[in-house]
Ligand binder design. Sequence first.
Ligand code: HEM
Length: 367
Amino acid sequence: MSDLEFFLFLVPPILAVLIILNLFKRKHKFQNLPPGDMGWPFLGETIGYLRPYSVTTIGDFMQDHISRYGKIFKSNLFGEPTIVSADAGLNRYILQNEGRLFECNYPRSIGGILGKWSMLVQVGQMHRDMRMISLNFLSNARLRNQLLSEVEKHTVLVLGSWKQDSVVCAQDEAKKFTFNFMAEHIMSLQPGNPETEKLKKEYITFMKGVVSAPLNFPGTAYRKALQSRSTILGFIERKMEERRNEMNGNENDLLGWVLKNSNLSKEQILDLLLSLLFAGHETSSVAIALSIFFLESCPAAVQQLTEEHLEISRAKKQSGETELNWDDYKKMEFTQCVINETLRLGNVVRFLHRKAVKDVRYKGIIV
Ligand code: HEM
């Protein structure tokens, strides 16, 4: 037998052994994955995962999967193999190991909509820098001296627009309040101004796309949201130019503050402002609407809440003060309990997305 014949004779068995070893290794590697269904090729189970549901529940997708596979299961979402966890222990472990074993990793579609500089997309030092800028702006002093009175102003404005004996939609009113508040806080936009109303309309289209399937075809919510994103960014950019041309820049809003106190680029500022508008508006408005929803079935809590606020109001009248201050806010102890209970019962932020930077073993399973 020549050397070549001998070599050709050996190749098939060696290849077969390698393939079997590889399959064995893969099987071994994947055998500790949690149970679950990878769904359709590419689409996986994304459509079921994104299907809308009431914020007072965890939704049919989670309900159905938890009863079939338990609180930790595998799936395929947004074109990626994914482990879904509704397990408090694993969730705590993931958040405790942020930056070491796990990092923030939202689907690519979110990055397309919120922008590549959004805090939900950035990781590492850039993420820390962006977070620091936002936290510095939302300082304790600003919360006490400025934001509290802005909250009061916008609350009074919304309440004042309600007609006697009319029916209002709590969710719409909560959205109106949070949008007006965030728009003033971020860019000093005044409620009711034509430009604020135009931005609000654009923002609604934008929002519908953030939580839709990432299908970039004509007519889809995602495509419309991308168009609205460009319009909103164009608006913010014009505001930025106006500010740069002003002699004494206003530092009372986030736009003025970042222009003066950070060296972020124009693109970074645009994504930061849009992301904060989204982060502050979507969460707070749902939480406010939910608290009204839960209170409706708890008259005793409504009674206690009313008493707490009437007491503060009486004390202010006696001292001749009109505006709420930090001490009044600190007296709202039961109100704080209502907020905490609302956030505990409601499902305001449905999912957090993280990527394991390496295979992580948790209680015998691989995540
Ligand atoms: C009830 C109200 C709110 C809830 C339930 C809420 C919830 C959350 C949650 C769960 C996250 C973590 C996301 C993640 O790590 O993947 C987050 C992040 C964030 N939220 Fe809120 N939020 C609320 C209000 C606000 C407001 C009013 C603002 C801004 C004015 C805001 C700005 C942010 C920002 C900037 C981040 C990103 C932080 C980071 O990545 O380091 N949130 N929020």
